[in-house]
Design a protein around this ligand. Structure first.
Ligand SMILES: Nc1nc2c(ncn2[C@@H]2O[C@H](COP(=O)(O)OP(=O)(O)O)[C@@H](O)[C@H]2O)c(=O)[nH]1
Ligand SMILES: [Mg+2]
Length: 126
């Protein structure tokens, strides 16, 4: 079913959040206009706006080598492309932890690879 697709739901979530930010912002203006704004209320609204603006969703796909992580990402996020956006055929397996980002402030996406040597260490991803 089209509506249940994860990418559609994530888009709907972003839309909902943008609406919430607008509403909180309108409320703030309304309080000011009616001289109902208080220092404490203003502080709370600022915290609320900061939390909404900094909200980021991070999804991690973690499993042993060649278990279908890349294939799953292709299926969930890039099915509409009609081809594998991320290489996932035999011999093209991702050999190191890979981070994919979408930077909304730059309107750009990018990929970051951690060097293969990091697999020799126990340290965590971040
Ligand atoms: N038959 C079958 N093969 C799959 C499935 N998921 C992944 N593969 C294949 O298994 C291999 C490894 O998948 P890949 O997504 O690259 O694994 P990753 O190393 O976990 O990212 C590739 O050749 C995929 O096409 C699946 O659900 N069924
Ligand atoms: Mg992979």
């Amino acid at each position: 079913m089209e509506q249940s697709r994860l990418d559609k739901q994530l888009y709907a979530y972003e839309q909902w959040k943008a609406g919430l930010i607008r509403t909180v912002s309108d409320y703030r203006e309304w309080l000011k206009r009616h001289k109902l704004a208080t220092a404490d209320g203003e502080k709370r609204i600022k915290e609320c706006m900061a939390a909404l603006n900094s909200d980021r969703l991070t999804i991690a796909f973690v499993a042993e080598f060649s278990r279908g992580k890349t294939e799953l990402i292709n299926a969930i996020f890039f099915a509409d492309y009609g081809r594998r956006l991320l290489p996932s055929t035999a011999g093209r397996t991702t050999m190191c932890p890979t981070e994919m980002f979408y930077d909304s402030s730059e309107d750009k996406s990018y990929i970051r690879l951690l060097p293969i040597e990091t697999r020799l260490e126990e340290s965590s991803f971040d």
